[in-house]
Design a protein around this ligand. Sequence first.
Ligand code: ATP
Ligand code: MG
Length: 354
Amino acid sequence: MHKKILDYLNEAILLFNRQLSLTYINSAGEALLAESSKHVLGRSAKEIFKLSNPSVLVHLQQCLDNNEAFVDREVTLDNPKQNRVVHLSITPLLGDKACDKACDKILVELQPLDQHLKITKEEQLVEQYHISRMLIRGLAHEIKNPLGGIRGAAQLLDLELENEELKEYTQIIIAEADRLKELIDKILGPNKPPQKKSLNIHQALERVRQLVAAETTGQIHITCDYDPSIPLLQADKNQLIQAFLNIVRNAVQACQGNGKIILKTRVHRKITIGRRHYKLLVKVDIIDNGMGIKENMLGQIFYPMITGRAEGTGLGLSISQSLINQHHGMIECCSQPNKTIFSVYLPLECDDGR
Ligand SMILES: Nc1ncnc2c1ncn2[C@@H]1O[C@H](COP(=O)(O)OP(=O)(O)OP(=O)(O)O)[C@@H](O)[C@H]1O
Ligand SMILES: [Mg+2]
C-alpha cells in the first residue's frame, strides 16, 4: 500500500543503502531519470549521478560520513533527453534498532521544478501579451474612427469634383483609407465569439493541408502523423482553420519553397493554462525543417507587427494566438535551424469537470 502511495507522488523518491546502491525508486523517479526501475535498481549512485550532476555524489557521501541532512534549491540534472531542474533533499535514515547511531539508508527526494518555472514564465508572458494587446487595440480604435471621416469626406469631394485628373487624388485617399482599415481590422483580431460545435481536429487540419498544398502547387511535402483516437472537441472550425493556416503558412515561408512539414496530433494530459488546470488536451505540433527563428526574435513573434520578413505584416501569429486563446488553449514554440515546432494545446476536459 505504501509503495502504491509513493508511486502516486509527483516527487521522485530514491533510497540508497550504505554502499550507495539504489534499493528503491518510485514512478516519478523513473520518469525523472528516464529509466525503468528494473534497469536502475542495484546501480551505484555514481552511475546514476556522475553525468547528470556529480555534486549530488559529494553530498551523498557527506551525508553518509556525517549523518547530516542536506537540501539545495534549483539543482540542474543534465539528462541526455532534457535537462531537469529540481529541489534536492538528502536525508540519512537511521537503522531500526535503538542503538543504531550510523545511518543505514539514505533518502533522496527530487522535486521537479521545471513545470512550476515554466508556468510562472508562461503566466508572465500571457500577462504581458494581454497588456500590449489592450494598448494596441486602443490605438487601433483611435485610428479607425477618424479614418471613417477621412474616407467619407474624400468620397463627397470626389462627387463634387468635375476635373477627372483631380479625382485621381481622391481615389488615392479612398484606396489608402480602405487599406489602412483592413490592416486595423486585422490588428483588432477576430471580433466574433467562436461558434463552437463538435469537431474532429483532423478535419480542420486536413482543410489546412489542402489549402497549403494548393497554394504551393505541391512543392512542399506535408506529412500527417495523426492519432485517430483523439476525442471530438468543442471548437469553431473556421477559426481553428485560420489559426493553423497562419502557422503552417509561416512554416512554408521558412522552408523557402522546398521543405518538409509535419502535422502531428496527440492526446496530452495535465497542463495549466492561465491558472486553470486541464486534465485532457489535444496537442497539435506543426514541425518544419526551415531556417528556424533567431533567438532574439523568439520571445516576440506572438506580438502584432513583429515580422522577420520584408513583405510580412507580422499579424499571422498574433491572430492565431487570439483565436487559440478564445478556445482556452495556448501556443508554444521552440526553434533551432532545421527544426521549428509550434505546439498548439486545445483543452478537451478541465480538471473541475467542465
Ligand atoms: N516556422 C517558422 N520558421 C521561421 N520563422 C518563423 C516561423 N514562424 C514564424 N516565424 C517568424 O515569426 C515572424 C512573425 O510571424 P507572423 O506570422 O506573426 O508574421 P509574418 O509571417 O511576418 O506576417 P503575416 O503572417 O502577417 O503575413 C515571421 O516574420 C518569421 O520571421
Ligand atoms: Mg505569417
